[in-house]
Design a protein around this ligand. Structure first.
Ligand code: AMP
Length: 397
């Protein structure tokens, strides 16, 4: 049993760092509450044990101090209805009111602190601020994987004010770490990583780290064209990072040396403009006509990639294969999601992570057909880049 599951919170005030950075519409209604629902089991475990809960989170990117738009008060009612219990709120995350409310909290009660980022000290990782937050609770629980790559006051610095037995991961963090570790350290072979999205520059480190682990790396999306250029291809108006062509060449060379197979899309769906009403055709990805651009992987690429995925035992997917937000260019991303779901059904372990690939599996209804969908975009990317995440290190070291 994990540290969190075996801990008895009876009579304890658990200070839980959650990620309640959910999208709101103009009427302050939550449009996607996944991040909140994900942490409900963590909160309930504490309450069921007879403990009380103090929730703290960031919310959006307020520039200077408090702002109505970024107030966590808009979430109180919804959290309360999900928990089936009243949630109290303090309009300042530190200070007299927060101290008094935290002090008077009874077993079974929940208190939500106002947006931590109303203080610039949060993102600066200020120790005095972290200490004030720490003083509110007896036990520190970090359940915010999405911010685990930040050395902020509430995500990392705060942990030093708790004894080793009084700081731990919550259930969301535990499952995120377990899923990511399974891919990075215990991947059953063949291991295939599928990397897509717009920019090579964002994905260099992850590809480099995967070169020591994966058997296959499938590259799709806009970034594939920088690799095509590195191979001497003609890519028309497709997205390219001129200053990364050499990097792409080097990655291809390293992969060959290490025996990792890099799969680029043989063909592409091409368009005469970046638009839903563009004229559409297909072409080999290394002979795209001038004035046309590749906006999705083509039928041949879908077929080859599907076969590689079907033959894999471990699959990691980060980044879409094309401009999946537009209907005309969503086929490739959909085909990959389908192939991963099929491989998973046949016993492979699959992890989908990174904002856009998560949006894609949700859009195409494959989220419950893969082994794990990660909630942490940047954090999960840095984890797979092989970096130590401050939010994890603060608890384990
Ligand atoms: P990233 O944030 O780097 O993972 O990139 C995701 C974005 O890449 C999505 O919004 C896609 O629309 C975009 N994208 C994927 N394929 C292409 C492409 N071939 N050309 C331009 N943009 C693309």
């Amino acid at each position: 049993m994990s540290k969190f599951s075996s801990y008895n919170f009876s009579g304890k005030k658990a200070l839980i760092r959650v990620d309640f950075n959910v999208p709101l519409d103009e009427k302050y209604q939550i449009t996607d509450d996944n991040r909140i629902t994900a942490t409900i089991p963590t909160i309930k475990k504490v309450l069921d044990d007879g403990g009380s809960v103090i929730l703290m989170s960031h919310f959006g990117r307020p520039k200077e101090g408090p702002a109505e738009k970024y107030s966590l008060k808009h979430l109180v009612e919804h959290i309360s209805s999900l928990l089936g219990t009243k949630v109290d709120f303090t309009a300042d995350c530190i200070g007299d009111e927060a101290v008094a409310k935290a002090k008077n909290l009874k077993p079974g009660e929940v208190l939500l602190l106002e947006n931590l980022r109303f203080y610039k000290e949060e993102e600066k990782g200020d120790e005095a601020f972290a200490k004030k937050l720490a003083a509110l609770g007896d036990v520190y629980v970090n359940d915010a994987f999405g911010t685990a790559h930040r050395a902020h006051a509430s995500t990392a610095v705060i942990a030093q004010y708790f004894a080793p037995e009084e700081k731990m991961f919550g259930l969301v963090m535990e499952s995120e770490i377990k899923a990511a570790e399974k891919i990075l350290r215990e991947a059953e072979k063949p291991f295939t990583a599928i990397i897509g999205g717009a920019k090579v520059s964002d994905k260099i480190l992850i590809i480099e780290n995967l070169l020591d682990r994966a058997d296959n790396i499938i590259i799709g999306g806009g970034m594939a064209y920088t690799f095509e250029r590195a191979c001497g291809g003609k890519i028309g108006n497709s997205l390219v990072e001129e200053d990364r062509i050499d990097t792409a060449s080097e990655l291809l060379k390293k992969a060959a040396e290490k025996g990792v197979r890099i799969h680029l899309p043989t063909d592409s769906i091409i368009a005469d403009k970046f638009s839903e009403d563009a004229s559409v055709s297909s072409a080999l990805s290394n002979t795209i006509p001038d004035d046309w651009m590749g906006l999705d992987i083509g039928a041949l690429a879908c077929e080859t990639f599907t076969k590689v995925i079907h033959d894999s035992k471990t699959i990691l997917w980060n980044g879409p294969m094309g401009v999946f937000e537009m209907e005309k260019f969503q086929n490739g991303t959909k085909a990959i999601a389908k192939a991963i779901a099929e491989a998973t059904e046949n016993g492979a372990y699959s992890l989908v992570g990174g904002g856009d690939s998560v949006a894609a599996v949700n859009k195409f209804n494959y989220a419950d057909k893969v082994s794990y969908v990660s909630t942490g975009g940047g954090a999960m990317l840095e984890f797979f880049e092989g970096k130590e995440l401050p939010g994890i290190a603060a608890i384990t070291k």
